[in-house]
Structure formats: structure tokens, C-alpha cells
Design a protein around this ligand. Structure first.
Ligand code: 13P
Length: 249
């Protein structure tokens, strides 16, 4: 049985003070949420403040990106080892905003996953198709390419969580219907069993992301292959993130 997982991607929002405030509220409101695993991904500059507040709680903290080298002359970058030493235990990799605006490719996604696992960080790897790709009927082949090129060289992905985030549903208020999301999640789980093992496929968590709100979370979470959520906008408000965590109970 897969334990539900609810994660908040804070994107480029919050400063250390507002992040600490939000983390403090989540610490209180989610202190009894033992039915799910939880994580938040604040921007780099808010990580230290959030880690301090969430220390000893069940809410994990992660970075939104990393560089695959341990250190070096890479101005503006942060490594997996640096995140780990700061107190992170998770990291987001391959978010569609990184792919669209910053040229992230499957090949760099692969390097980042390897670096994260080596440093002891659990990666949440994002995949998903654009509206144009969905409308051309190539959703499955896009997701398959992202998984094969981005992950299939990793011999064991049992520490990886996948997040299916259709690009057309991100920040648009237009979520995938439960059935649309379920169809892709099921396809992904089957692909994982082909590329790795049936056991890994049965245990890996596949989150849905894209306009998840308290009022659509329950129906989505009732689908067999949807194991939780990667929440953007609604994770910036403690009440709505808490309500989404309640919905996966
Ligand atoms: P929204 O929930 O704001 O649509 O964002 C989803 C997302 O990109 C999470 O990583």
C-alpha cells in the first residue's frame, strides 16, 4: 500500500520571514497528519529558515533544483551536497518551468537525479506534456521519452518519486480531470514495471500536479494510481495546503 504524499512547490515566492511564517503555520496545522508524507520546496534563500522551523516534524524540506557537480566554478548554482549539508532531504528535478525557461533537458535531469541520490537526497522528478503535445495525441510518447531518457539509466529508482504535471494545467486553474490524470499515471506505472521491476512499479509514488486545490483534490486522490500531489499556488497558503493534505486521508 502506497502512503499518500503531499508536497508544496513554493516556486519563486516567499522571503525568509514569510517562509518561516508559512512553515510555522504548517507545523501546527499538519502536526497530526500521519496518514500522508509531506514536503515543501521553498526557494534557496528561504531554505535555512524553513529547515530550522520544520526540524523534528514530519514535513520534509527540499530545494527546487540542483547542479550535478559537487562544487566548482558554476556561478549561480547549488549542488546536491550543499543542499544535503544545509539540512534538506529532498529535491525537485526537471520541473516543466526549468525545462521551458532554463533549457533543462532529459540528459541533465539524469545527471541531477544521479547527483541527488549519491548525496542522499530523495528526488521528486517532474514529467508532463504541453498543451500542443496533448492535442497532437503524443502525451504518452512524451512522458515515455522523459522517463526513458531521464531515468532509465538509474538501476534502482525506489528512492525516487515521480510527479506528473501536464504543463497546460500548471498555474492555469485548469486541472486534468481525475480520469485524464489516472490514464497517464497508469501508463507511467506500467512503463516503470517494464523499465525496472513490478515491485518498484507497485511501490513508487506518482504525484499529480497542476491546479490542485482543496476542492478538486479529493476526487483526484481517489484514482487508483494517483498517490498524492505536487501543489504550486495552493501550497503558499497554510489553510489550502492543509485542506489538500486532509483530502488524501
Ligand atoms: P499550480 O498548482 O500553481 O498549478 O502549480 C503546479 C506546479 O507546478 C507544482 O510544481
Amino acid at each position: 500500500m502506497r502512503k499518500p504524499y503531499v508536497a508544496g512547490n513554493w516556486k519563486m515566492y516567499t522571503d525568509p520571514a514569510s517562509a518561516a511564517d508559512l512553515a510555522g503555520k504548517l507545523k501546527l496545522s499538519l502536526s497530526n497528519a500521519t496518514w500522508c508524507d509531506m514536503a515543501v520546496f521553498p526557494p534557496f534563500t528561504s531554505l535555512a529558515a524553513v529547515i530550522e522551523i520544520l526540524k523534528g516534524t514530519r514535513i520534509a524540506v527540499g530545494g527546487q533544483n540542483l547542479h550535478w557537480e559537487k562544487e566548482g566554478a558554476f556561478t549561480g548554482e547549488v549542488s546536491a551536497v550543499m543542499l544535503k549539508r544545509l539540512g534538506c532531504n529532498m529535491v525537485l528535478i526537471g520541473h516543466s518551468e526549468r525545462r521551458t525557461y532554463f533549457g533543462e533537458k532529459d540528459a541533465t535531469v539524469l545527471l541531477k537525479i544521479k547527483a541527488a541520490l549519491e548525496a542522499g537526497l530523495k528526488p521528486v522528478v517532474c514529467i508532463g506534456e504541453t498543451l500542443e503535445q496533448r492535442e497532437s495525441g503524443i502525451t504518452e510518447s512524451v512522458v515515455e521519452r522523459q522517463i526513458r531518457a531521464g531515468l532509465s539509466e538509474i538501476p534502482d529508482i525506489s528512492e525516487v518519486t515521480l510527479a506528473y504535471e501536464p504543463v497546460w494545467a500548471i498555474g492555469t486553474g485548469r486541472n486534468a480531470t481525475p480520469q485524464q490524470a489516472q490514464d497517464v499515471h497508469k501508463f507511467i506505472r506500467n512503463l516503470v514495471s517494464q523499465c525496472w521491476t513490478q515491485d518498484i512499479a507497485s511501490n513508487i509514488r506518482i504525484l499529480y500536479g497542476g491546479s490542485v486545490k482543496p476542492d478538486n483534490a479529493r476526487l483526484l486522490s481517489e484514482m487508483e494510481d494517483i498517490d498524492g500531489f505536487l501543489v504550486g499556488g495552493a501550497s503558499l497558503n497554510a489553510d489550502s495546503f492543509t485542506a489538500i493534505a486532509e483530502a488524501v486521508k
